[in-house]
Design a protein around this ligand. Structure first.
Ligand SMILES: NC(=O)NCCC(=O)O
Ligand SMILES: [Zn+2]
Ligand SMILES: [Zn+2]
Length: 461
């Protein structure tokens, strides 16, 4: 099957050109000046549209066990929603429960995802039980294509790791080429503030934000950076939300340390004012780190421009308002943490282009090319080039849409972006050469997505 995408503006991280793109089977086979190739089996007209490499969301949580419940999207509904929004690869997190092994965890996550995803997917591994066996098993995970390991300085008693445990895991990463991903918040201090708030009867969702001050994200980020420096491990800070944390990352990078960070659309567009909405509406915005005062947003956009923030992922972790967020009514600390967003990342970041915060090329770089390089998928993914997988988004920059629960495709009963007006929208999406979205319809199927065994990060030195 030969599909010709005609006369679009091809946008790669490295540049833009007007071109035709030929897809043969699952791969891109040629990029030519418009009109050079005359015949194909199917045609997609891309006049006045962008032709982008499919988005790569390197941080999602489908069917994730958390706070006594599970995130609401299955691997099918979540990857289908991703496709609707122009994301053709997700990297989700397998979650080691305390007392279990990394390899049995990986098996369990394969059982959940294999045969169910609508687009391609890989895994990171959450290490919540550091011991001799888990450290050894990190090597087997790497052999199985899972070479990035998330650790938590937050959530004592659940995922939390001590500095000593983090140090040991980082030593293992330094010796194997793995990447340590860090949830950097000082969970011990936060738990004290949370206990004090509850004891004083401050139980509303906004307290989630007030008890997790940005200084404690900055402190934990600095500590993680120092531990990485001592061990020589590369470090990737996940879901960075605060100016203080960004300053720590920028300083380390200026020093030449191999430190990277991602932020998420919610930290660029939402704020603690959303958490403060009355009638428990604020619970819809509970995630960790919390939404910050608006002043942090300008710093995050600057970080995206300077590359101190290299990636934008969603941390998609949907919990329904009605019966899941409800678990924390009367005690904000019991609200399941997470915000839905896998469907909207490409559109939301495109608003940064529209507003002049980032260039078109940078849009593609932070949503596709860099996550592909960072997590060992490039140049199979993350680029429109001959030989790459034909994961392609034809994007209409002029169309207008309004985000909301009535139109989104995530399996969650609210939108964090309800009523937000967006310029631009996905027109056609191909996943490995198959059209999965076109003419406002989903044409893919459960099980189309394949597991991606990933190479080591291309940012290792
Ligand atoms: N971020 C969040 O609130 N939930 C998902 C788990 C995590 O990434 O820490
Ligand atoms: Zn986290
Ligand atoms: Zn997360």
């Amino acid at each position: 099957m030969r599909t010709l995408i005609r006369n679009g503006t091809v946008i790669n991280a490295g540049g833009t050109l007007r071109a035709d793109v030929l897809v043969e089977g699952e791969k891109i086979s040629a990029i030519t000046a418009p009109g050079v190739i005359e015949t194909a089996d199917a045609y997609i007209e891309a006049d006045d549209k962008y032709v982008l490499p499919g988005g790569i969301d390197a941080h999602t949580h489908m069917e994730m066990p958390f706070g006594g419940t599970f995130s609401a999207d299955t691997f099918f509904t979540g990857t289908r929603a991703a496709a609707w929004g122009g994301t053709t690869t997700i990297i989700d997190f397998a979650v080691q429960a305390k007392g279990t092994s990394l390899l049995s965890t990986l098996d369990k996550w394969h059982e959940k995802a294999d045969g169910h995803c609508a687009v391609d997917y890989g895994f990171h591994m959450i290490v919540s039980d550091v011991n001799d066996q888990s450290l050894k098993e990190m090597e087997s995970c790497i052999d199985a294509g899972v070479n990035s390991f998330k650790m938590f300085m937050a959530y004592p008693g659940v995922f939390y790791a001590t500095d000593g445990e983090i140090l040991r895991a980082m030593q293992k990463a330094a010796g194997t080429g793995a990447t340590v991903m860090m949830h950097a918040e000082n969970g011990i201090a936060i738990d004290e503030l949370v206990a004090q708030a509850i004891a004083e009867g401050r139980t509303d969702p906004v307290e989630h934000g007030l008890t997790r001050p940005p200084e404690l994200e900055g402190e934990a980020t600095s500590r993680a950076i120092q531990l990485a420096r001592v061990t020589g491990a590369p470090l990737y800070i996940v879901h960075l939300s605060a100016s203080q944390a960004l300053a720590a990352v920028a300083a380390a990078r200026n020093d030449g340390q191999n430190v990277f960070a991602e932020t998420c659309p919610q930290y660029l567009y939402l704020s603690i004012e959303d958490l403060a909405k009355p009638d428990f509406e604020g619970s819809k915005y509970v995630a960790s780190p919390p939404l910050r005062p608006k002043e942090h947003q300008a710093d995050l956009w600057r970080g995206l421009r300077t590359n101190d923030l290299s990636v934008v992922s969603t941390d998609h972790c949907p919990f329904c308002f009605k019966d899941q967020k409800e678990l924390g009514r009367g005690d904000f600390s019991k609200i399941p943490n997470g915000i839905p967003g896998v469907e909207h990342r490409m559109d939301l970041l495109h608003q940064g282009v529209v507003a002049g915060e980032i260039t078109l090329q940078r849009w593609v770089e932070v949503t596709s090319a860099t996550p592909a390089r960072m997590f060992g998928l490039y140049p199979r993914k993350g680029v429109i080039a001959p030989g790459a997988d034909a994961d392609i988004v034809v994007y209409d920059p002029a169309v207008r849409q309004t985000l909301g629960v009535a139109t989104h495709h995530m399996a969650v009963d609210y939108s964090a972006y309800e009523g937000m007006s967006i310029t631009g929208g996905v027109s056609t999406v191909l996943s490995r050469g198959s059209v999965v979205i076109s003419d406002g319809e989903f044409h893919g199927h459960e099980g189309h997505g394949r597991f991606l065994s990933r190479e080591l990060s291309q940012y290792l030195v």
